[in-house]
Design a protein around this ligand. Sequence first.
Ligand code: KE4
Length: 430
Amino acid sequence: MNGNTDKSQSLFEEAKKYIPGGVNSPARAFQAVGTTPRFIEKADAQFIYDVDGNRYIDYIGSWGPMILGNNNPEVLKAVQDTIMDGLSFGAATEREITMAKLACEMVPCFEMVRMVNSGTEATMSALRAARGYTGRSKILKFEGCYHGHSDGLLVKAGSALIAEGGSPDSAGVTANCAKDTLTATYNDMNSVESLFEQYKGDIAAVIIEPVAANMGVVLPKEGFLKQLREICDINKTVLIFDEVITGFRLASGGAQQLFGIKPDMATFGKIIGGGMPVGAYGGKREIMECVAPVGKVYQAGTLSGNPVAMAAGIAQLTYLKNNPTVYEHINALGEMLYGGIAEIVKNAEADCHVNYIGSIGTLFFTGEAVSDYTSAKKSDLKKYADYFQHMMNSGNYFAPAQFEAMFISHAHTESDIKKTLDDAARFFGV
Ligand code: KE4
């Protein structure tokens, strides 16, 4: 670590001339933490290197995809072996069958699956399918959950929408569109039941992050997911688990395997692409057969199922399916890191709370437990920014906003975690 960020700063200035905010996704601008966004030169295993020659332990992993570490040899080889046959055909390939069969083997609720190019496309398409299948118009989401940037889901959403203390609703989304999006409180069944009462028979789908990770990590209370399953069954509403973060992360079968609750549909991104642009949605055959060209729900994509992206995703999922010790490793390091940070803030008597599960977690700068959007929002964003800057300058690439998750990969080691804990202890003066 030399701490210098001159090149990142000058590239940032140049980027801002041509790209809104200098970035192609707002979270990368580091607005919430008031420091220079790092421009990255390369990444390898558990490390990421910026253009000024600084090396960091990477706790973002491209926001989740790099569960095996950056530049995993098997994923890289699969891509290299594929590109020489062509980058994209816009026609069907055998690889798409391999991916579909693998996904249906690994994801408990998957009877059929459609590949798309991002988590946003996956959730947008899943909701359209649910509306087409039920003939209903309303969707129910939870405050603070983020499901990508399609219009109807940018209502009381999480992630970078709230990071800068901004509005959880986006400009440009019309009132007419937003009126079909109902919002409940995460972990509060009463708020769900009252909406089902009010809109009886007109709620097409409930979409939820089974572990919320876009208001920071917030775990479902005991029985909450089961109660959602029950109320959706009673009302013939489609239950959708947005597993873009939790999918293939909390277990090879995602949160639905870990919690033993089977949704009607699920959406994926990140890990399923191995670092390439891939999303997927799927679920019950009777719902998915509403999708064109079989059914009347239209959804399409020039690069959907792209052969190179499929090769990367198949390699990563196959490795995860065949090597369950990956989860033992990343979960043990998660316990060491997040449990260690919890110990540090307790010893420092700091107004902080740590939420974590497996290899994802968040340190909230609030003295109250965090179980929903309202309690998450009580966090002190200035304190988080100070902590972030200290950890970054100590060589730990942390989440550049309070309302994000951190990610541990199979490439991380105990000594990485120990170094990070030592850095955190120094920040809290213990
Ligand atoms: P993408 O369209 O970014 O591939 O996926 C959208 C999405 C959907 N569902 C969940 C649960 C998600 O977390 C995401 C995207 N996550 C953010 C991180 N909070 C991606 C990072 C970014 O926006 O730059």
